[in-house]
Design a protein around this ligand. Structure first.
Ligand code: FMN
Length: 202
């Protein structure tokens, strides 16, 4: 079974999201010993933001693309191929400024492509083409967003759920590492997240 482990935090030592997603992946490996993990570390190999040339290449039919346009879509194709090749995706990330770090947004921009991961229907709707994936999202935040006054400020988890759904992935399981800087929760944030991983049906 192929597992794609996407890591986003630039904090290589002491990252709460990395610690919890590593724990989750270890748990998955214990349950499914045939797991083949592929790590995509976006903090070490950030994807470029989409530019006009690349977008034009996306919208040019593959057989009509120039050599430069073929090169421009290669990275996006690679990210999409990785996604299709994986049965399980574990994504770990910090919340930044209430939402996604831009390297993670860039990943969604590269994998959300008409004709490859979603298609338009004749009636003007859209259908996701990435089927039968299980996704775990480990999201670390300095403040608490699962309850209390900031619940409605969380732009990360709603976006990620809808962005995956858009390309056809509906089995999205969120693990919060909640309140890594809050004086009341900073000591318990990681242990609580690990307990929630232990309690998750996997
Ligand atoms: C640039 C930046 C923006 C942040 N924005 C928020 C935020 O909007 N809300 C929040 O609760 N924490 C915020 N934080 C705190 C991180 O989410 C928190 O430190 C988290 O534990 C980082 O994940 P990591 O430990 O895996 O690196 C921010 C941190 C940084 C560096």
């Amino acid at each position: 079974m192929n597992l794609l482990h996407i890591k986003v935090s630039p904090n290589l030592y002491g990252s709460a999201s990395r610690e919890v997603s590593d724990y989750l992946v270890d748990r998955l490996k214990m349950k499914y010993p045939d797991i083949n993990e592929h790590v995509l570390d976006l903090s070490q190999e950030p994807l470029p933001h989409l530019d006009g040339f690349t977008i034009e290449a996306f919208f040019t039919k593959p057989e009509e693309r120039t050599e430069q346009q073929q090169n421009a879509v290669k990275l996006s194709d690679k990210m999409i191929d990785m996604l299709f090749a994986s049965e399980v995706i574990v994504l770990s990330s910090p919340m930044w400024n209430l939402g996604l770090p831009s390297v993670l947004k860039a990943w969604f921009d590269h994998v959300t492509r008409a004709g490859r991961t979603f298609k338009f229907t004749e009636t003007g709707g859209k259908v996701g083409l990435v089927k039968d994936k299980k996704v775990y999202v480990v999201m670390a935040s300095g403040s608490v967003f699962s309850s209390g006054p900031f619940v409605s400020h969380d732009q990360f988890t709603p976006y990620v759920k809808v962005a995956f759904e858009y390309i056809g992935v509906t089995d999205v399981n969120i693990v919060r590492v909640d309140g890594t800087h809050d004086p009341l929760t900073r000591k318990s944030a990681v242990p609580n997240a690990i307990s929630s991983v232990d309690e998750m049906p996997i």
